[in-house]
Design a protein around this ligand. Structure first.
Ligand code: DOR
Ligand code: ZN
Length: 333
């Protein structure tokens, strides 16, 4: 059996900088026609100058591939002038609550106090991408943040808001309540629950923010993804950290999936008899919701097994050493 995908897009991706960028960006560009590039570097990508520098870095690291990086700025109190200067070079602005995750110390302390920026973004047509977690109990953070999503969606009905990497049934249900909310979901949150992270021996390579939740949450995410809910998009949140930062006390948050996303999803969608919806989930929904036009590529997958490497350089992927029943056979452009 084979599956052919056209211009797959990863709508939430971390590629870092320097040697890590050179290692991981090609692992996405070899399969994907484009990706939304997260701005949480140290320091963050929060000036137009830094945006131009980072764009050229990502392009350099992916040259040779038919790949379009869709860049983001790190949310802060921008002026109208800054937003205007950035608008044509970004797909959106990513908001992190301060301290919510990796490299987010420069994030926002009081989200709903940033009204003036949201108002300008709405007028300028700049989408808002959100890491939606409060500082509450770790399992409840996203559910608590749903109140913030409601408030933002109501106050700014023309602001396009992406709930990034949703992990709860509650967030899934918001998609049908508010016209201007859409979401990304990661492959790992369709497959694992908190049990896989911490129910047996602790698995640092499955530790991420937001943390994987309960079986009923996974079920809601899976059902919405398998039917390619029109407001849901693949966003892997593939987030590389060197092995020493993961296999350590104070384990860094992030699951690295970039090279195995499409085989994982093919296996999952075929197992549930939903392979006819994979194209919409990995590309068409994102193209429609963001109005992007990525390079035309074709990815052929077959149910020939692949062995997941123990590591890519210093980075250990999800399910290192295990095998998947699907693999990428050919990419043409
Ligand atoms: O687990 C995560 N890792 N979640 C995020 O939101 C950020 C990411 C990272 O940058 O490592
Ligand atoms: Zn992320």
């Amino acid at each position: 059996m084979e599956i052919t995908l056209h211009s797959p897009l990863d709508m939430h991706l971390h590629v870092r900088q320097d040697a890590m960028l050179d290692l991981v960006a090609p692992l996405t560009a070899q399969h994907f026609a484009g990706a939304v590039i997260m701005p949480n570097l140290l320091p963050p990508v929060d000036t137009v100058e830094r945006l131009h520098w980072y764009t050229s870095e990502v392009r350099r690291a992916t040259s040779g591939y038919a790949f379009e990086p869709f860049m983001t700025l790190f949310f802060r109190d921008y002026s109208h002038e800054e937003l205007l200067a950035a608008r044509d070079h970004i797909i959106g602005i990513k908001l992190y609550p301060a301290g919510a995750t990796t490299n987010s110390d420069a994030g926002v302390r009081e989200v709903l106090a940033m009204d003036h920026v949201f108002g300008m973004m709405q007028e300028l047509g700049i989408p808002l991408l959100v890491h939606g977690e409060t500082h509450g109990f770790v399992m409840d953070r996203e559910a608590e943040f749903c109140e913030v999503y409601r408030e933002l969606a109501t106050r700014y009905p023309r602001l396009r808001i992406t709930m990034e990497h949703i992990t709860t049934a509650k967030a899934v249900s918001l998609l049908d309540e508010f016209e201007n909310l859409r979401a990304t979901v990661t492959p790992h949150h369709l497959i694992i629950t908190l049990d896989d992270v911490a129910g047996g021996l602790l698995n640092p390579h499955l530790f991420c923010k937001p943390i994987a939740k309960r079986p009923e949450d996974r079920q809601a995410l899976l059902e919405a993804s398998l039917k390619a809910h029109p407001k849901l998009m693949l966003g892997s949140d593939s987030a590389p950290h060197p092995r020493h930062a993961k296999e350590a006390p104070g384990c860094a948050a992030g699951v690295f999936t970039a090279p195995i996303i499409l085989p994982m999803l093919a296996e999952l969608f075929v197992r549930h008899g939903a392979e006819q919806n994979l194209q919409a989930f990995v590309s068409d929904n994102a193209r429609r919701l963001y109005g992007v036009n990525p390079p035309a590529t074709t990815v052929r997958l077959a149910n020939d097994p692949m062995q997941i490497p123990a590591s890519y350089g210093q980075v250990v992927p999800m399910w290192a050493g295990r095998s998947l029943s699907w693999s990428v056979k050919e990419v043409t452009c």
